[in-house]
Design a protein around this ligand. Structure first.
Ligand SMILES: N[C@@H](CCC(=O)N[C@@H](CS)C(=O)NCC(=O)O)C(=O)O
Length: 219
């Protein structure tokens, strides 16, 4: 398998954690270029060829070219079922997928607003302060919702799953950029510590922090 990821890409982080949790190492791992100034441009030529969206992560397995982090994670879970990262029953799988989609489609846009307004160099007109404030207000609401989902649970589903991985990478990015969950959300706070203690998660977070530290930016 050949895996393409971005060094600080949150969707790539999801996939790298899944590889690690399953004890898998890609035969080849390409970390595409990224910088604060140029972002992913110019795109890696293989990514241009393999993914019409020009985005990472991309997994190549023989003739199969798999784009989209969610699809890559499910592909890996089907090929290498142990340890399972999706629950077994249809209802539990539905809950897992819904919570993963929440991370990717609801939480990520607020993180992205924060990335553009607090991490990347300011656009020509300067920082859009209301955009950043609105993103953080949305995050506060989403933290309350996630805290409710975790009430009486160790993880989002019956056992640790892709729903935990997806939400963890988004929340950690938000926290790193100045918007951590309020400790009043005790279920969420305890879950964050529990998930951060997993070796595969800890290794990924350490690698991203090291990378950002070398760039001289907060991580
Ligand atoms: N829905 C996609 C999103 C992937 C994505 O947005 N990748 C970003 C990095 S986090 C990217 O490659 N961006 C390149 C660009 O926009 O130029 C997934 O889950 O894989």
């Amino acid at each position: 398998m050949k895996l393409y990821t971005g060094p600080v890409s949150l969707f790539s982080a999801k996939v790298r954690i899944v590889f690690d949790e399953k004890g898998l190492v890609p035969d080849e791992h390409v970390s595409v270029d990224w910088s604060l100034e140029r972002r992913y441009l110019p795109h890696h030529p293989d990514i241009v060829r393999l993914n019409p969206r020009c985005k990472v992560p991309v997994l190549v397995d023989g003739d199969a070219v798999i784009c989209e982090s969610t699809v890559i994670c499910e592909y890996l879970d089907e090929l290498y079922p142990e340890p399972p990262l999706l629950p077994r029953t249809p209802a539990a799988r539905a809950r897992c997928r819904t919570l993963e989609a929440f991370a990717d489609e609801e939480f990520f846009p607020a993180v992205w607003d924060q990335v553009e307004e607090a991490l990347y160099p300011a656009a020509e007109g300067g920082r859009d302060v209301p955009r950043l404030a609105a993103a953080r207000a949305r995050m506060a609401e989403m933290y309350a919702e996630l805290d409710g989902e975790l009430a009486g649970r160790e993880f989002f589903c019956d056992t640790y799953s892709i729903a935990d991985i997806a939400n963890f990478v988004m929340i950690t990015a938000a926290a790193t950029m100045g918007a951590p969950p309020d400790p009043v959300h005790a279920h969420l706070t305890a879950w964050l510590a529990r998930t951060a203690a997993r070796p595969a998660v800890a290794r990924e977070i350490a690698a991203m922090r090291d990378y950002m530290a070398k760039l001289g930016t907060p991580a």
